[in-house]
Ligand binder design. Structure first.
Ligand code: SF4
Length: 97
């Protein structure tokens, strides 16, 4: 369970659906997890699902389970998406030869 501070826009949606589990940090305004031990899976997922920026990332056994596809944000993924396309094209060329 991770909350990416670079993605959180502090709109408090997660705190509305799962109060006292997700709270906004008083200093930064960024969402943080509180009482994680008491949180149910439903509460954790409810917060993650309403997050418009996919700042809440849920992992299980070292694998990301939510969100399944992490959308690029603020232009950060442009280069990553290009790289992924280039990698896929390179792999396809290698397989052809
Ligand atoms: S819903 Fe997402 S963006 Fe909004 S406060 Fe929670 S983590 Fe931050």
């Amino acid at each position: 369970m991770t909350i990416d501070p670079n993605r959180c826009i502090a709109n408090g949606k997660c705190t509305t659906v799962a109060p006292n589990i997700y709270v906004l940090d008083e200093e930064t305004g960024i969402a943080v997890l509180e009482n994680e031990e008491e949180a149910t899976i439903e509460q954790l997922f409810a917060g993650a699902r309403v997050c418009p920026t996919q700042a809440i990332i849920i992992e299980q056994f070292g694998r990301r389970v939510f969100p399944q596809i992490l959308s690029p944000m603020f232009g950060e993924g442009r280069h990553e998406a290009d790289r992924a396309t280039d990698d896929a094209a390179g792999t396809a060329r290698k397989q052809e030869s």
